[in-house]
Design a protein around this ligand. Structure first.
Ligand code: 1YM
Length: 653
């Protein structure tokens, strides 16, 4: 139970802040844009904890012109009394001692931890300054600074300017306000991404039913932004949001919230007529895109309950029909959120839940909840709709005439056709090798001649691959271009996918910078996202960028990759320059293609990342699915595609 009488004495003290400055990566993963946002999440997490424990209702995040950011909640306020062991205030302990916090005290009931959970002191250590205000009848204030001490010849990190003071100024407010400025000496970039922050805060609002989260961006007078996220339906609203514009099999979504063996379990499910499975899981509000024990338990429960229901259902006429788990998940959109103590993360990106007790608890709780729903007569139509959907999936699976071909294609053994097309590389070291998937035979020919034969393989695509969004896997696999890609990569797809068999470290999509090229890029990305998600998640997929212009004179040549660069290139080459505009890759000879697009030392390419799997999923549905209205709206709302870090913006649609 939440402990109301918590005070400063309960905080455990571990280590000082210098270590954090010396090796920031050890604490926040990186000093790039991810690390920068990480130090914000540390503060947001504390506010979320306060809300999750029932003490705060509202959280406000503000981005300022000076590069600082603030987070405020209306909870109890960080303890202000003196911590006996440390001899300083609770506030000072929280911001100067590593791993200080109720969350590290096992007696104290809190679900925090995991990916973040290194504590607010890390944020302080990596900031130029940090200011705290605590509102508890009066306003308390404290400030910390980091600076170079010339005498000691070292950086001082997050040092208190003065002890916590009670300003005696009366206030009706209660809660905590923290504002800090990330130190440019630590981070490669100190520019917060409004897109990244808005996505995460929206996700947190969905995951914490009823919590109000407001985000305001004051950085640019011309681009004032302020948005409030609040979802009284929680996970139900999340599923409805993801299914916007899709044809729903039943409405409202199935929803349950329960507790089992000390684990809080909450899920929402709704099927649509789509052929893909979109399950998103979370542990303590942290996304687990690699899945894990909670997801396994959930899927197993759905399969068991649905199989039992199907066997007694008059909808299933053919009693010899055997369902597979995936049949019940075709078209399923689901969110599973668990909250538990002592989480253990596994997997390549440490985003897979490892705790075995979570499988057992989620499985039995989900079975119980679904069976209870089945007892209510009016719910029958929901389960019948799920059976109809699964019947379609099972029939399609069984009816696949060339079942053998499909399983061969799934595993990528389509050798004969492959050999004719793929120009493979001579090195057998996958970690050093790259494959370029190139639009068109003529560009493919130039690429084959211009490449580094040892490490670069070329796969030219003749036709357009099939749009995987609108088809069942059987049809997708009938497409020759897709089969050849699967064969070349070596990983297999779907449930058979195994990243260990990947033949190339980098999979580079190389298409023209026009509408057709954009279409091919989005079709390929959709396929990778739907059937080889790990490939994208683990950063193996890239978009190659051919130049748009060549500016040249006798012995100087400059290439420009966009219109901004064109002027710079012209200035460099100087008077008497000649200009060539490339309409497509096919216009480049092998040497030019090497110089501009293939040579690892000079080429420009972007890595495709998935910051937020649920958002990416929704975006792909919008851009590649049937909802023409939704697609038009999206494109007109996002006319400006220069956002750096999201999935489809790289496509250049
Ligand atoms: C804007 C950031 O940090 N809010 C916040 C933090 C704490 C408490 C309340 C709090 C927690 C507990 C008891 C407890 C923290 N306290 C600590 C520690 N917002 C923000 N609001 N009393 C107050 O966990 O039991 C760490 S975080 F360790 F001092 F208790």
């Amino acid at each position: 139970m939440p402990n109301n009488d918590y005070n400063t004495q309960d905080i455990k003290i571990l280590e000082g802040l210098e270590a954090v400055r010396v090796r920031p990566g050890m604490y926040i993963g990186s000093t790039g844009t991810r690390g920068l946002h990480h130090i914000l999440w540390e503060i947001v997490d504390n506010a979320i904890d306060e809300a999750a424990n029932g003490f705060a209702q509202k959280i406000e995040v503000v981005l300022y012109k000076d590069g600082s950011v603030s987070v405020e909640d209306d909870g109890r306020g960080i303890p202000t009394d003196i911590h006996k062991q440390a001899g300083v205030s609770g506030v000072q302990v929280v911001f100067t001692k590593l791993h200080a916090g109720g969350k590290f005290n096992n007696d104290n009931y809190s679900y925090s931890g995991g990916l973040h959970g290194v504590g607010a002191s890390v944020t302080n250590a990596l900031s130029e300054w940090l200011k705290v205000e605590v509102y508890k009848k009066t306003v308390y204030k404290m400030e910390f600074r980091s600076y170079y001490d010339a005498q000691k010849k070292k950086m001082i990190s997050g040092e208190p300017v003065a002890p916590l003071i009670d300003t005696k100024q009366k206030t009706d407010k209660h809660g905590t306000f923290v504002r800090f400025k990330p130190d440019a000496k630590v981070f490669e970039t100190v520019e917060f991404s409004l897109e990244t922050i808005a996505k995460r805060l929206k996700e947190l609002a969905f995951l914490n039913k009823g919590l109000t989260i407001k985000l305001t961006d004051l950085r640019d007078d011309d681009k004032f932004y302020s948005k409030t996220f609040k979802y009284d339906g929680g996970l139900v609203d999340y599923v409805l949001y993801l299914n916007e514009g899709k044809q729903k099999m039943f409405d409202p979504p199935i929803y349950a919230k329960t507790e089992k063996d000390g684990i809080l379990i909450e899920f929402a499910i709704q099927h649509t007529d789509s052929y893909t499975e979109s399950i998103f899981s979370f542990v303590n509000n942290i996304p687990t895109p690699e899945g894990g024990t909670h997801e396994v338990g959930f899927k197993s429960a759905v399969t068991k309950v649905m199989n039992a229901y199907a066997s007694g259902s008059s909808l299933v006429k053919d009693k010899t029909l055997k369902f597979e788990g995936e049949d019940f998940r075709e078209g399923m959109t689901a969110i599973i959120s668990v909250k538990m103590k002592n989480v253990e993360f596994e997997g390549q990106t440490k985003t897979k839940l490892g705790n075995p007790e979570a499988k057992a608890a989620v499985e039995s709780a989900t079975i119980e909840e679904l069976e209870n729903m089945l007892k209510v007569k009016k719910n029958k139509s929901v389960f019948d709709a799920m059976i109809s959907k699964a019947l379609g999936a099972a029939k399609a699976r069984n009816a696949a005439k060339h079942a053998k071909d499909i399983s061969r294609a799934k595993n990528g053994a389509d050798n004969a056709r492959l050999i004719g097309k793929l120009a493979s590389c001579s090195s057998r070291k996958a970690e050093l090798n790259e494959i370029f998937i190139v639009e068109g035979d003529s560009a493919g020919g130039s690429a084959k001649q211009g490449r580094d034969r040892q490490h670069q393989a070329i796969l030219p695509l003749r036709g357009k691959p099939l749009n995987a969004e609108k088809k069942r896997i059987e049809e997708v696999l009938n497409n020759e271009e897709i089969r050849i890609i699967i064969g070349a990569l070596g990983t297999g797809i779907g449930n058979d996918f195994n990243i260990a068999n990947l033949n190339y470290d980098k999979v580079i999509i190389l298409a023209d910078a026009d509408q057709d090229g954009a279409h091919i890029r989005s079709i390929l990305l959709t396929f990778f996202f739907r059937y080889m998600k790990e490939l994208v998640q683990e950063g193996h997929v890239y978009i190659g960028m051919p130049p748009l212009y060549k500016v040249y004179k006798k012995d100087v040549t400059e290439y420009a990759y966009d219109d901004n660069e064109l002027q710079k290139a012209i200035d460099k080459v100087g008077k008497g320059y000649k200009l060539q505009r490339y309409k497509g890759l096919g216009e480049m000879n092998p040497e030019q293609l090497w110089d501009t697009t293939l040579d690892p030392k000079k080429r420009v390419m972007t890595q495709v990342t998935i910051e937020d799997a649920a958002e990416a999923d929704k975006l792909i549905t919008t851009l590649m699915g049937d909802d023409i209205e939704g697609r038009k709206n999206y494109i007109s709302e996002h006319a400006n595609f220069n956002k750096e870090d999201s999935f489809m913006s790289k496509v250049g649609l």
